[in-house]
Write a new protein. Sequence first.
Length: 108
Amino acid sequence: MSDFFKDVIEVVKLIPQGKVTSYGMIANYLGAKKSSRLVGWALNKVSQNSEIPAHRVVNRNGLLTGKNNFLTQNYMKEELQKEGLNIIENSIVDFNNHIWEPIKELTI
């Protein structure tokens, strides 16, 4: 696994329960602003690992675009709902109120 993939996973582990971030926000935090697809590839490798909350990473519009990479089609939605998020048609309701931005939260 590349260092970039490892860094992505470390950031994802820090996303608080009830919050979400986007592939692009993670890429931006890691200094690779145009690498949101690489973030997605990294998460695709670990989406079956329940210790890594990959279900908390969505696209820039709050859509559950990674849902096909989990054990079931509804896993991502169900996990986010358990954390208090409302999901309608694979989209997070009030997305802006649930965003966790690593560049703001993790930068000193």
